[in-house]
Design a protein around this ligand. Structure first.
Ligand code: PLP
Length: 384
């Protein structure tokens, strides 16, 4: 090991190894079934993989355009038009990114500077606050209210200051599986009306919405869309989380600033995967059926664990099922015990709170094969 000869002042002093890494390592160490990290354990679509090979052999192996491969941007704009009735200009309002993580960081970098504030909702997806802080800003936390994890819009109103530059929303929500309604978006629109506050809408699970509910995209809300960055991820939609390809759509004035940052953060994204995704997006049935596919998984998992000592929380979208346990034990200790003694890894939801708020809720990922879910449920049945 090389000894560092300088002392770095950490830009993220509160950040350690993420809970996902910690729980996956523990799962590996104890050969536990890993329902902690959010990725599918089933195959990516064969036609998509074939398209990758085809484009690679066709020598589409050099830099893609900065904003993304044209055919992919066209496919994205067409999808958004079909699903949400919104017209985004392919040339100036659609950008392909290296995962939603980069899109989120870039949108924050485009808006937030030293001393600016961004409102986030806890439990909060783990990249938002570090993105804000690395850009010199401050995250102002509004807590989703128990028992149903709804946004208290009055509290949001009260959290706004002259320094508020952005509000970040996430629906369907990771970790909690709640979804925002059109009425929520109307509340948000009324709050930011006549301000210069931008909205960043993380919609990576836009196609994973259940029970016949239509996803309330910010793109479909004309007033909000005019001030919003909307982010989605191909990783979630096509079972290819490892590819890290996603996109951001925003009105031209916002996208111009986004691209100024984007070009110096990654400049451009894996070209072959973009060409393959553009081809595969012609299969429009895929994303229409994704919600049904995951709804079956959700129902299967809920039925399998119904006798475990958990209260199953509602799950309106995403591939996460949260449960409340009855044991008198902090959630971090509980998930450790679950991993080591029972053999199933989950995520303690306190990890999504800056102050470690612990409502004895843990998160399972059900984007797994039937065999994995059945094996996990058999182990969870032994929990007393
Ligand atoms: C809510 C949310 N936003 C963003 C991301 C990051 O997506 P990507 O893998 O495309 O960077 C994830 C991944 O788990 C997520 O759950």
């Amino acid at each position: 090991m090389l000894a560092a000869s300088i002392k770095l002042q950490s830009r993220l002093p509160a950040v350690g190894t993420t809970i996902f890494t910690v729980m996956s390592a523990l799962a590996n160490e104890h050969r536990a079934i890993n329902l902690s990290q959010g990725f599918p354990d089933f195959d990516s679509p064969p036609e998509l993989l074939e398209a990758v090979g085809r484009h690679m052999r066709a020598q589409r192996n050099q830099y893609a355009p900065m904003a993304g491969v044209l055919a992919l941007r066209e496919a994205i704009a067409a999808k958004v038009q079909t699903l949400y009735g919104a017209s985004y200009e392919v040339d100036s309002e659609v950008t392909v990114t290296a995962g939603a993580t980069q899109a989120i960081f870039t949108a924050v970098a485009a808006v937030i500077g030293a001393g600016d504030e961004a409102i986030v909702f806890e439990p909060v997806y783990d990249s938002y606050v570090p993105s804000i802080e690395l850009n010199g800003g401050r995250a102002v936390i509004c807590r989703l209210e128990l028992p149903d994890y709804r946004i208290n819009w009055q509290k949001v109103r009260e959290a706004i200051t002259p320094r508020t530059k952005m509000i970040i929303i996430n629906s369907p929500n990771n970790p909690i599986g709640s979804v925002l309604t059109r009425a929520d978006l109307d509340e948000l629109a009324a709050i930011v009306r006549d301000t210069d506050i931008a909205v960043l809408s993380d919609e990576v699970y836009e196609h994973v919405v259940f029970d016949g509910t239509a996803h309330a995209s910010v793109a479909a809300h004309e007033e909000l869309a005019a001030r919003s960055f909307v982010v989605s991820s191909f990783g979630k939609t096509y079972h290819v989380t490892g590819w890290k390809v996603a996109y951001c759509i925003a009105p031209k004035a916002l996208m111009t600033e986004f691209r100024k940052a984007h070009q110096f953060i990654v400049f451009t994204v894996n070209s072959v995967m973009q060409h393959a995704l553009a081809d595969f997006m012609q299969n429009t049935g895929w994303y229409r059926e994704l919600g049904i596919f995951y709804q079956q998984k959700r129902d299967q998992f809920r039925a399998l664990i119904k006798d475990a000592p958990f209260e199953l929380l509602p799950c309106g979208g995403t591939y996460f099922q949260c449960v409340r346990y009855r044991h008198d034990e902090p959630d971090v200790a509980f998930t450790r015990r679950l991993t080591i003694d029972i053999g199933v890894a989950a995520i303690p939801v306190s990890a999504f709170y800056s102050d470690g708020f612990d409502a004895h809720v843990i998160r399972f990922c059900f984007a797994k094969s039937t065999a994995t879910l059945e094996a996990a449920a058999a182990r969870l049945a032994k929990l007393v």
